[in-house]
Design a protein around this ligand. Structure first.
Ligand code: PMP
Length: 344
């Protein structure tokens, strides 16, 4: 009889989105445009020059310098990892763990609970108000870690500034602002706010590099130092460092593409509204909606029509909800047509 893992793993399998080979994949908030052209060119022209027999730069200095310049901070204030999930995991390895508590308000990004579980961090849940924003009065004094998804996945909503301010007002804890969807709203650069506040970003959404796996954090250099002491050595490969660097040089393309997504998002919201479908307003590249019929059945019927969205109906804090990523105009039309057929 093999040894039983000390970690409960059944819930994780339930959270992850099924990877189905359908025509229109609008389930994981990726970019429909592909990587920026500069990344494709670098794969062709620069990648062959990399000496892959050698370990990568352990401190990813060139990449961190570029990220730092982008946000107007010092490179010592930047940590990088394989996706922002790995950034979050490294934070929880260092600041969470047995005896430590992570505070969050659901519905929010499901991986916070999942990473808390794998790092043996206890989750304590706060509340949201009727308008969907976090009720900062429900913040627990005994939580060492606070995580806020700004704007929030899966609701798409931005927390009002007074909520962020209030959650950041206690300095004896670490406040993590997960800004994965910052490019689709007006958050601005991830400048330093306070020594106990960290801001996490990703190249998986607006930048179009979900397959590359690159996320980063902007924080006080003392925090970055702890994270580098926690992660594995050479954790971000040379190819990833090179391509992420090139992507940052293509910022104008990324911004143009993000505005196109925002325009499509507003169109999808308007069309859903016109059909009487209840939607949540969105500051991101996805829209949460209540199809008005049992969500799971609607999800299956959409898959049968070649459209994959995310079934959010069993996520904590939600009941009958589906989440659709904004794709190309053609993909969005395919989604809207399939949904109209299913709801007819
Ligand atoms: N944070 C949020 C809020 C997300 O929605 C996602 C992706 N679904 C991530 C972090 C993780 O992204 P990645 O690991 O690809 O950077």
């Amino acid at each position: 009889m093999p040894l039983r893992p000390s970690l409960e793993t059944h819930d994780a399998v339930r959270y992850h989105s099924p990877q189905l080979a359908v025509e229109v994949r609008l389930n994981t908030n990726e970019s429909p445009f592909g990587p920026p052209p500069a990344v494709v060119a670098a794969l062709r022209d620069d990648a062959p020059e990399l000496d892959l027999a050698r370990y990568p730069d352990r401190h990813a200095l060139a990449l961190r310098r570029a990220i730092a310049a982008h946000h107007g901070v010092d490179p010592a204030a930047v940590f990088v990892a394989n996706g922002s999930n790995e950034v979050l995991q490294t934070i929880m390895l260092a600041w969470g763990g047995p005896g430590r508590r992570l505070w969050l308000a659901e519905p929010t990004y499901g991986m916070y609970r999942q990473i808390a579980r794998t790092t043996r961090t206890e989750v304590v849940a706060g509340r949201r108000r009727d308008d969907g924003s976090i009720d900062s009065a429900s913040l627990r004094e005994d939580a060492e870690l606070v995580v806020v998804c700004q704007p929030n996945n899966p609701t798409g909503q931005l927390e009002p500034p007074d909520v962020i301010e209030s959650l950041c007002s206690l300095e004896d804890r670490l406040v993590v602002l997960d800004e994965a969807y910052a490019d689709f709203c007006e958050l601005g650069p991830a400048r330093l706010m306070a020594p106990h506040v960290v801001r996490v970003r990703t190249l998986s959404k607006a930048v179009g590099l979900a397959g590359l796996r690159l996320g980063y954090l902007v924080a006080d250099p003392a925090i970055v130092e702890v994270l580098f002491a926690t992660c594995l050595p050479y954790h971000v490969g040379s190819l990833t460092q090179l391509l992420a660097l090139r992507a940052l040089e293509d910022d104008a393309v990324v911004r143009r593409r993000a505005s196109a997504i925002v325009a499509e998002r507003e169109r999808v919201l308007a069309e859903l509204g016109a059909r009487g479908v209840r939607t949540w307003p969105s500051a991101t590249n996805f829209v949460l909606f209540d199809p008005g019929r049992p969500a799971e059945a609607v999800w299956h019927a959409l898959v049968a029509r070649g459209v994959l969205v995310r079934d959010a109906s069993r996520w904590p804090g939600l009941t009958n909800a589906l989440r659709v990523t904004i794709g190309t105009p053609g993909e969005n039309d395919a989604f809207l047509a399939a949904l109209a057929e299913v709801l007819a």
